[in-house]
Ligand binder design. Structure first.
Ligand code: 1OR
Ligand code: 1OR
Length: 376
């Protein structure tokens, strides 16, 4: 053991996990007072602690792997339930390739409708073609009536659902918090993170859902979805603008991102082009340049944790500037315009404030307002 490594502060997995579990409970319950809630939460946790102290890792592995076995595990008390969100889950070690995936035969019409419904499912983005076909085979249709409870908060997770049609209301502690309108997916959280259902989902109208059972979900989707959320977790936690999002919304954003890399000097955005999405900088630096007479003038440099390309999406105008990779390889996370509109609503005020800032800079740099944001 070198003195260097022994001096480094180790963050125990248990600490991370306890804090994460606490944060999730706090966010889901949204109690009026943080400290009262914390005191009660930790007192309960201590009172319910199992009498035989277990060494943390082993317990996790058993509860996790047993989810993939034949029998569902008995319902565990929520205080003992382990989240797999933190380090406790290692997708590489999750041996989930055994057994055949269920196949639900479909008519041509059904398959076509299913393909249409899953086209925009962000969780499926990083799947290979073959995995995607397995997903299509494994999904089954479920018709719902107005008032049907599809999911009840606190239950163990059974299925995950993609919406073909219908309106669905989401409730947390009986409070209506959001609505799905003929599109989207739900029920992935409990299966991904091995947690109880975080919310209740109830049909408002008749509707059609495509369902996938827990085992298939874990076998096909868990690894790729989990890896992706993990991969972008740090980036998304470090973009100040995204603090306006709920944790859950940030996870959805992670599902939607696509990684792109650019070499030194390569152009990422061309001034005047139509816009197809925006970018977050994972690594490296970009140079923002504007056409001025016959050349380009650098107006700004942006680095890790910053973003660009949002302006044209907000104003519905062509790109206001060109953007180049500088000083080596630049790694970016790209968000396409449809996902942008769906997911970044809560950040719009912050983006608009920053855009106002561009305008005052514009006046300073070019001495006149170059109408980058005027809507004509
Ligand atoms: P689940 O398996 O936990 C309930 O079952 C589902 O409701 C959940 O997966 C999500 O797919 C969906 N927080 C948690 N779950 C939500 C939320 C949500 N919205 C939809 N679901 N929100 C955060 C509230 C603090 C709402 C964000 C707009
Ligand atoms: P976009 O979609 O128009 C080019 O594509 C992007 O460059 C733009 O979104 C912004 O994200 C980014 N003025 C306009 N765009 C800027 C600026 C900027 N800086 C970065 N971008 N100004 C620089 C302010 C320091 C003001 C102009 C001088």
């Amino acid at each position: 053991m070198s003195t260097d490594s022994s001096r480094r502060i180790q963050v125990p997995d248990e600490l991370k996990e306890v804090l994460l579990q606490f944060s999730i409970s706090y966010l889901v319950e949204q109690p009026p007072d943080l400290l009262d809630f914390a005191a009660e939460y930790f007192n309960k946790l201590q009172a319910n602690r199992p009498t035989t102290a277990t060494d943390n890792g082993a317990d996790d592995q058993i509860s996790l792997n047993s989810q993939d076995g034949d029998a569902e595990p008995p319902i565990v008390q929520s205080t003992r339930r382990k989240s797999v969100f933190a380090e406790a889950y290692d997708p590489e070690a999750d041996d989930d390739d055994e057994g055949a995936t269920a196949i639900f035969p479909k008519t041509d019409d059904q398959r076509a409708r299913l393909v249409e419904s899953v086209k925009n499912v962000l969780l499926f983005r990083s799947l290979e073609k073959e995995q995607m076909n397995q997903v299509l085979d494994a999904m089954f249709e479920r018709k719902v009536e107005p008032g049907d409870f599809i999911i009840r908060q606190g239950d163990d997770g059974d299925n995950f659902y993609v919406i073909e049609s219908g309106i669905y209301k989401v409730y947390i502690n009986d409070k209506h918090i959001s609505t799905y309108n003929h599109t989207g997916l739900f029920g992935e959280l409990a299966l991904l993170y091995n947690m109880p259902r975080a919310a209740t989902v109830q049909a408002e109208t008749v509707g059609l859902l495509w369902a996938m059972d827990r085992q298939t979900f874990r076998r096909i989707l868990l690894k790729s979805a989990f890896k992706k959320r993990k991969m972008y977790e740090e980036l998304l936690n470090n973009v100040p603008m995204l603090k306006a999002l709920q944790n859950y919304e940030r996870m959805n954003l992670a599902d939607a991102l696509v990684s792109k890399a650019y070499e030194d000097g390569e152009r990422i955005i061309k001034q005047g082009d139509a816009a197809d999405g925006m970018y977050f900088i994972e690594e490296g630096t970009v140079s923002v340049r504007m056409d001025q007479d016959d050349s380009e003038v650098e107006i700004s440099k942006l680095g890790k944790g910053q973003y660009f390309g949002e302006l044209a999406l907000v104003t519905h105008r062509p790109r206001a500037a060109s953007v180049y990779a500088t000083g080596g390889v630049v790694k970016l996370a790209f968000l396409d315009v449809r996902a942008f509109e769906r997911l970044l609503g809560p950040c719009m005020d912050i983006m608009k404030r920053n855009i106002d800032d561009y305008e005052s800079q514009l006046v300073k740099i070019f001495g006149s307002k170059n109408n980058i944001t005027d809507t004509r």
